[in-house]
Design a protein around this ligand. Structure first.
Ligand SMILES: [Zn+2]
Ligand SMILES: [Zn+2]
Length: 170
């Protein structure tokens, strides 16, 4: 319940396991505003970032202008934005790396085995695949699929050429 309201003060008082809790609503609201702002900042950074940034890339981009934001906050916001479907999330099982994506519609990715770069692969997604595997006999219900193509990116191939260690030909 709101105990009293005098100008800037909004105090609530409540019992929680016999402990008296007095909360300054203004502080709570300011914190909520700050959380919302930090989440919007994280979203804007992913939208502005070309390609498929890692959580660390996004943290560094934000921290360059907002040095007070913590890494944990950025990581938490990225996870929650991805869960809400507002940004995409690409996981490379081979390398255990997570990348984020401003594109949210279903699409496939290519992964450079040398430098870990993630790129979009413009091939239409196989929508019939799910109906081919569903329903599975053991009751496992498939809800989505990811396809990651692996290879070596152009930068890495050029580096290999310079070093005379090119192993992959076109
Ligand atoms: Zn590469
Ligand atoms: Zn993508």
């Amino acid at each position: 319940m709101v105990l009293w309201e005098t100008g800037a003060f909004f105090l609530t008082i409540e019992y929680n396991n016999d402990n008296l809790l007095i909360t300054d609503i203004n502080k709570v609201k300011a914190m909520e505003r700050r959380n919302t702002m930090q989440k919007e900042l994280t979203y804007a950074a992913v939208m502005a970032y070309p390609g498929h940034p890692s959580a660390d890339d996004i943290y560094r981009m934000i921290a360059a202008e907002h040095s007070s934001i913590s890494k944990a906050t950025v990581y938490r916001n990225l996870s929650s934005l991805a869960e809400e479907g507002k940004i995409g999330r690409v996981e490379s099982f081979a390398a255990g790396e997570v990348h984020y994506d401003h594109r949210t519609e279903h699409h496939y990715h290519g992964y450079c085995r040398k430098c870990g770069k993630v790129v979009d692969i413009d091939v239409s997604c196989d929508k019939g695949l799910l109906s081919q595997v569903n329903p599975m006999e053991d009751g496992f219900s498939i809800t989505s699929h990811e396809l990651i193509f692996e290879g070596i990116c152009r930068d890495c191939r050029e580096k290999e050429k310079e070093n005379g260690t090119e192993g992959i030909k076109d």
